[in-house]
Design a protein around this ligand. Structure first.
Ligand code: NAD
Ligand code: ZN
Ligand code: ZN
Length: 361
């Protein structure tokens, strides 16, 4: 038994995505069918479409999702039908060397469903980040489902499943920003603004937002930036230093992911400060810098995948803070679109018109 639903696939590198019929198998052992309610459009979906992740076309896109558990396979104990869940791409295994060393946020063996979702002709689909949620329903592993308070707006909750968690965690988990810190965030898209919101949540005393687009800087203020810098008009390194009594910020987060922004992050830091790279560079990018600068400035140079999050720990907490009005997650939702709006949403993302477009199913 299986069911056929609508899904957004990328059939060929660089070509527009299509809405087609997708076959969802009944859940096997450890698997869960989720009735998707909302799924945000993330940069990584576009990177899949453009062949930047791998060549395993066709992809079933979408991975920032919330929904309701429809049915569960044998042995599933984590969730039951009717549960409201956020889907995650870090279903920690508990068995790999990272998990066994007590660092499950580096888990090397995250769980996914074992049966494939397919096209009606039997062609196997590769779900984006093991999720594939631009679809009425999707098949995932039970560990990919994190139960949260159903009072949360699904369009908002789903965003914690990727970009918002990545940015917020880059500040709070990886950068360990805390009360009294000065923080600068370079690049104020959804990820950078989430880093700003995270820094504000934990009490950073100054939060400097850097972008090349004034509209993005206005939005950054709404998430808690205390100062903004347009990198087209002012030198970001000198301005961040000026705004931190000449010292540089304790933590600088690069949410763009280019050699020039990373260098700015490096030099805009106080001595022994922290750089967190959360923007994703392309494989051809290179850095050339004096090694002596690394030596003399000390501190820590980190990168952050998925905000070093643990979904079971972080999602319910962040949803609770949002429901209490302490974390403005609803501001990330720029627009709600239908399942046929994904290609258009990619264009708006490219043009910098949105923080997140969210497909509502
Ligand atoms: N590490 C992770 O786990 C993870 C997860 C999700 C996304 N990401 C990555 O995070 C990055 C940001 O994602 P997003 O959704 O916020 O993208 P986005 O395109 O919405 O935001 C990027 C922002 O950077 C600004 N910008 C571009 N060049 C700049 C420059 N030279 N100086 C200052 N600002 C500049 C843009 O104006 C834009 O506001 C992407 O590289 C994405 O792939 C990483
Ligand atoms: Zn593991
Ligand atoms: Zn994503």
């Amino acid at each position: 038994m299986s069911q056929t639903v609508r899904g957004v696939i990328s059939r060929k590198k660089g070509e527009p995505v299509e809405v087609v019929e997708v076959v969802i198998p009944d859940p096997g052992p450890g698997e869960v069918v989720v009735d998707v309610i909302a799924c945000g459009v993330c940069h990584t979906d576009l990177t899949y479409r453009d062949g930047g992740i791998n060549d395993e076309f066709p992809f079933l896109l979408g991975h920032e999702a919330a929904g309701t558990v429809e049915s569960v396979g044998p042995g599933v104990t984590n969730v039951e039908p009717g549960d409201f869940v956020i889907l995650n791409w870090r279903a920690v295994c508990g068995q790999c060397r990272a998990c066994k060393r007590g660092r499950p946020w580096y888990c090397f063996d995250t769980f996914n469903a074992s049966q494939p979702m397919t096209l009606t002709d039997g062609t196997e689909l590769t779900p984006a980040l093991g999720i594939g949620a631009f679809a009425d329903k999707t098949l995932v592993h039970e560990g990919q489902c994190t139960k949260v308070d159903p009072a949360a707006d699904p369009a908002v909750a789903g965003l914690l499943g990727c970009g918002v968690m990545a940015g917020l965690g880059a500040a709070v988990n990886t950068g360990a920003v805390s009360r009294d810190d000065t923080v600068a965030v370079i690049g104020c898209g959804g990820v950078g603004d989430a880093a700003i919101a995270g820094a504000a949540l934990v009490g950073a005393k100054r939060i400097i937002a850097v972008d090349t687009d004034n509209k993005k800087l206005d939005w950054a203020r709404e998430f808690g930036a205390t100062h903004t810098v347009n990198a087209r008009e002012l030198d970001p390194v000198a301005t961040i230093c000026d705004l931190t009594d000449g010292w540089g910020a304790d933590v600088v987060i690069d949410a763009v992911g280019r050699p020039e922004t990373w260098k700015q992050a490096f030099y805009a830091r106080d001595l022994a400060g922290t750089v967190v790279l959360v923007g994703v560079p392309t494989p051809d990018m290179r850095l050339e810098m004096p090694l002596i600068d690394f030596f003399s400035r000390g501190g820590s140079l980190k990168s952050s995948w998925y905000g070093d999050c643990l979904p079971e720990r972080d999602f319910p907490t962040l949803i609770a803070l949002y429901l209490q009005g302490r974390l403005p997650l609803e501001q990330f939702v720029t627009e709600r679109i239908g399942i046929d709006g994904v290609e258009d949403a990619f264009h708006k993302m490219h043009a910098g018109e949105v923080l997140r477009s969210v497909v509502v199913l």
